[in-house]
Design a protein around this ligand. Sequence first.
Ligand SMILES: Cc1cc2nc3c(=O)[nH]c(=O)nc-3n(C[C@H](O)[C@H](O)[C@H](O)COP(=O)(O)OP(=O)(O)OC[C@H]3O[C@@H](n4cnc5c(N)ncnc54)[C@H](O)[C@@H]3O)c2cc1C
Length: 339
Amino acid sequence: MATHDIRDISIIGGGPAGLFALFYAGMRGATAQIIDALPQPGGQLAALYPEKFIFDVAGFPKVLAKDLVSSLVQQAGQFQQPIHLGQRIIGLEEADGIFTLVTATDRFPSRAVIIAAGIGAFSPRRLPQACAEPWYGKGIHDVVLEPKQFAGQHVVIIGGGDSAFDWAHQLEGVAKGITLVHRSDRFRAHQATVDAVMASAAAGRTAVHTFHELADVIAEDGRIRALELRDIKAKTTRRVDCDVVLPMLGFVSDMGVLLEWGLQLEKDEIVVTQTMETGRPGIWAAGDVNTYPGKLKLIATGFAESAIAVNQAVHWVYPDKKVNPGHSSNLAVFGQKDD
Ligand SMILES: Cc1cc2nc3c(=O)[nH]c(=O)nc-3n(C[C@H](O)[C@H](O)[C@H](O)COP(=O)(O)OP(=O)(O)OC[C@H]3O[C@@H](n4cnc5c(N)ncnc54)[C@H](O)[C@@H]3O)c2cc1C
């Protein structure tokens, strides 16, 4: 178990609320860190709709979700505070005024905690077919970090959303063969990427099988060699060459242990006061994870809640620091003249 240095504030979740909280903590001179289960920052924006435009973030007439995430990461990055990714929090300990967030491999101690866990920790939705289960990690990969690892291989991508089409497009020219399999002929992906993959299919470089699903995994010498696919309309099967399967079926989210920390809950959301207090001293909640009268689950409100939560937490950790941050346009931390 790796134990990290004690920081002032630990932020659970690197969605928009958590990323803005990380920036804000740095601006207030507090040490902070984000811990997130996903392999990339951005929460729902990165996992569910990276290619969609958002129209109601103040100051942006429209902004791609993935570009907003990049800007938030850049803004928070000014203060070189760590973002620990691929770390799902499974425990919370409290002793001698220190909270320790626990993951499968690491311990993250801090003086205060801000829960910005959105709708819970995301994990990739698994293939429902039992025949797939033994092959996870041995030919079936639901997270792709390095496309080059599939060079020269027959890749079968299962799904009809952005990730499925993005990978079908990006692996062209890298993989030896690409087959896209989807249960219907309706796709939930960016039209430009769908068009590019369909053009590749028309040119015979990619195979697209709509109304098909996985029926069986055909292996030899402990390696996947082919898949049997079932045509769900015609009730026929076909065999396709396959070395690697990439199920791109979206994500499931799970609030998990956060519901067991003795916080007041309403329909799996954490009830907070107008200062984002959870009722457990030293723990605040911001963003989609919290609720109060008039709550709106929006990025804009999440930003404001993060500012409120961080200012409260900073005052809690350093009582001589005011809650009110002053105006950033006057702050010495940005090279400006303090009021
Ligand atoms: C398709 C779609 C379109 C949308 N469009 C808009 C829009 O146009 N405008 C708008 O304002 N809002 C929009 N939203 C809503 C917006 O995305 C959310 O309000 C916003 O993402 C909430 O941010 P958050 O930081 O609170 O939570 P999230 O974005 O959900 O991030 C929470 C993070 O916490 C992590 N986490 C949770 N539990 C744990 C744990 N135990 N351990 C480690 N990490 C954990 C998760 O992995 C996740 O990364 C849209 C949502 C969807 C799904």
